[in-house]
Design a protein around this ligand. Structure first.
Ligand code: R5P
Length: 286
């Protein structure tokens, strides 16, 4: 089996290659003067299994993925597995208003064309896996996030909304502490309201765990509410750190003690690797 690491998952592909003890496929990537993407596989892969690792975010990385899949298919790979550390567009998983697209389905269907299997990490909602027309499954980064947080003497793990409470509970159980959740209303893409909810956080060290940090609005408002209620230290952790716009500044100025994300999207906050979870999900292929 060969591992083909795309430009949005270079480090993760390298760690996976080491963990699974399978070689990285030699490739040439470049961009034409008009910025169109080019790939050439530098080794024959006819009859081989190939694992493509590429985060489908932002848009240009989705195009790169489709072109990589085409190259691997053209070269006669026996089986193509696509690892999507982060599946972009997964939050538009239904029509919230008439006239909208189901963007997650549109992307999933195209990725399925040259994929025998798709594996993603902590999808926003599990039902998006059904949008792929090829077998698709997920694995979770929560055990790795919990492992990292174990060293921080956390008293309480919080979800920023009810939809994320199972994730917080799973992390808390692994860390041997309590969990609870905040109540959030989303006003629009950049504005959320965290409702005051009496939590026993006075003098405590709290970790807020979510699947995605995008604009940072959810976490920043949660931090402010917890500070108001007397929390001593606040860690924020997510699987997918998009950190759009001024997210980092928002979190820091709200009084966050540490920001933790995984390497599904590579950033300065990628302190936790999802490679162990992916390797476990892939062990049958190695
Ligand atoms: C939404 O349901 C997600 O789980 C996250 O809470 C959300 O994507 C975070 O977005 P933002 O950082 O822009 O508040």
């Amino acid at each position: 089996m060969y591992i083909l690491g795309g430009t949005s998952a270079t480090s993760l592909a390298t760690v996976l290659s080491r963990t699974l003890n399978q070689p990285l496929l030699k490739t040439t990537f470049k961009r034409f003067p008009d910025d169109e993407f080019y790939i050439r596989l530098e080794e024959p892969i006819e009859g081989e299994d190939v694992l493509i690792v590429q985060t489908a975010y932002p848009d240009a990385k989705i195009v790169e993925l489709l072109i990589m899949q085409d190259a691997v298919c053209e070269a006669g790979a026996k089986r193509i597995s696509v690892i999507l550390p982060y599946f972009g567009y997964s939050r538009q998983d239904k029509k919230f208003e008439e006239g909208e697209a189901i963007s997650a389905r549109a992307i999933a269907e195209h990725i399925s064309i040259h994929a025998d299997e798709v594996i993603t990490v902590d999808p926003h909602k599990e039902h998006i896996l059904e949008f792929f027309t090829t077998p698709a499954r997920s694995c979770s980064a929560v055990p790795q996030i919990a492992e990292y947080l174990k060293g921080k003497n956390i008293d309480l793990v919080l979800a920023p909304d009810m939809g994320a409470k199972d994730r917080a509970l799973q992390a808390a159980t692994l860390m041997g502490c309590e969990s609870d959740y905040l109540e959030k209303t989303r006003i629009d893409g950049t504005t959320v309201k965290i409702h005051p909810k009496s939590l026993n956080v006075h003098g405590k060290t709290v970790a807020i765990v979510d699947d995605i940090i995008s604009t940072g609005g959810t976490m920043a408002n949660s931090i402010k509410e917890l500070k108001h209620q007397g929390a001593k230290k606040i860690y924020v952790a997510c699987t997918h750190g998009l950190f759009a716009g001024q997210a980092k500044e928002k979190l820091t100025s709200a009084g966050c003690d540490e920001i933790i994300a995984t390497d599904t999207i590579e950033s300065e906050f990628s302190k936790v690797s999802v490679a162990p979870s992916l390797a476990q999900a892939l062990v049958h292929l190695a």
